[in-house]
Design a protein around this ligand. Structure first.
Ligand code: SF4
Ligand code: SF4
Length: 349
């Protein structure tokens, strides 16, 4: 993790002096295929409406070129979708990453493909150096009935529990695996949230918190799925009494995230955001966006030889986007973007 210090400092300086900065973290959404039917996120509908888009997803060799171009300037990779395990080449994609400076690889899953997820994770963990922390978060949407209702699948809860239990067996062999539940707080489960979190704490199951929000990425703009102002206040109050255990040193970041979430839900205030300096979101077709909430196109990797640096440096929009972010013209609080901003804002840096 100490390896992160150098790019974090570089990013801090470059943001301050309005200089170009190559992100050290990439949020890769490698597919929009999804086997859930969520009520709060409509990514699963994308290929039902436009099946032809699926063929445009970046292929394994394109991801390979992308990672070759980044070389050892890759420190933190987060993989999501859609459901990332629906791609058959996840191992192939990860195998092309340069792991010299890689500190963190995190993957999010809805846990519906038990055997495939287990087999793929085993292959990945056999391949990845032990000094890379591998986070795998299996989503949890409420108690059984709520989870099934929100995910739109009858047995989704039982299947995700089964997947989590099976994956637990990998933890004894692979010490760099950090398995956790991703407790996605939404309008359907907000009243259960505290009890669920406490139950996870009793069972010593680590969890990370996320909150349902509206964005183009989730295809849920205007669908009234975000938390209402009343629900946001309720969440803030619940968070004040919520215990975040520290199973490992990195869990300190979750405590900071929680404290900031309380502020965000009470007043809309967030710390300095470093998205687009320290991280970018890349969609399945190679489009580079500043974060998961802002949908502006910085550029497209395919049009720029799969080179992130060239894509960003040639962008006509990046400067304006970064000016707006600096002026705090947008605000949100989500772990995909918040965790790296927390690291950037650590007071000793
Ligand atoms: S929230 Fe996750 S599981 Fe649900 S539709 Fe969106 S990508 Fe799929
Ligand atoms: S505050 Fe949120 S919406 Fe704005 S740039 Fe940061 S992550 Fe994106």
């Amino acid at each position: 993790m100490l390896k992160l210090l150098r790019p974090v400092l570089r990013t801090k300086i470059n943001r301050k002096f309005d200089r170009f900065n190559l992100p050290y973290k990439v949020n890769l959404h490698i597919t929009y295929s999804c086997n859930s039917r969520c009520k709060t996120c409509f990514i699963w509908e994308k290929y039902r409406k436009k099946p032809e888009l699926k063929d445009r997803e970046l292929k394994t060799d394109q991801w390979k070129r992308f990672f070759e171009n980044l070389g050892d300037r890759l420190y933190w990779v987060s993989i999501g979708g859609g459901e990332p395990f629906m791609r058959d080449d996840l191992v192939g994609i990860v195998s092309s990453m340069n792991t010299k400076n890689l500190c963190v690889l995190s993957i999010n899953t809805n846990g519906q493909l038990t055997e495939k997820i287990y087999k793929t994770m085993k292959e990945l963990l056999d391949m990845i150096p032990e000094n890379v922390r591998v986070f795998l978060a299996v989503s949890l949407l409420g108690y059984e009935d709520t989870h099934n209702l929100v995910s739109g699948k009858e047995n989704a809860f039982k299947t995700s529990e089964k997947t989590y239990k099976k994956l637990e067996s990998l933890q004894t062999k692979y010490e760099n695996l950090y398995l956790e539940r991703e407790l996605v707080v939404n309008k359907y489960n907000v009243n259960e949230m505290h009890k669920i979190a406490e139950k996870l704490n009793e069972e010593k199951i680590p969890f990370t918190l996320t909150f349902s929000q509206e964005s183009d990425y989730y295809d849920n703009m205007g669908k009234n799925v975000g938390l209402s102002s009343k629900e946001r206040k309720l969440v803030a109050n619940i968070l004040k009494n919520l215990r975040i255990p520290r199973y490992q040193r990195v869990d300190i970041i979750k405590e900071v995230f929680k404290k900031t979430a309380i502020k965000f839900f009470e007043s809309g205030e967030i710390p300095k955001c470093y998205s687009s300096w320290c991280s970018v979101r890349i969609d399945p077709y190679g489009n580079v966006h500043p974060c998961i909430m802002r949908n502006e196109l910085i550029g497209n990797l395919v049009e720029n030889e799969m080179d992130l640096e060239k894509t960003m440096q040639r962008s006509e929009k990046l400067k304006k986007i970064q000016e707006e972010i600096k002026k705090k013209e947008c605000s949100c609080w989500t772990p995909c973007e918040g965790y790296q901003s927390i690291v950037q804002n650590l007071s000793f840096l």
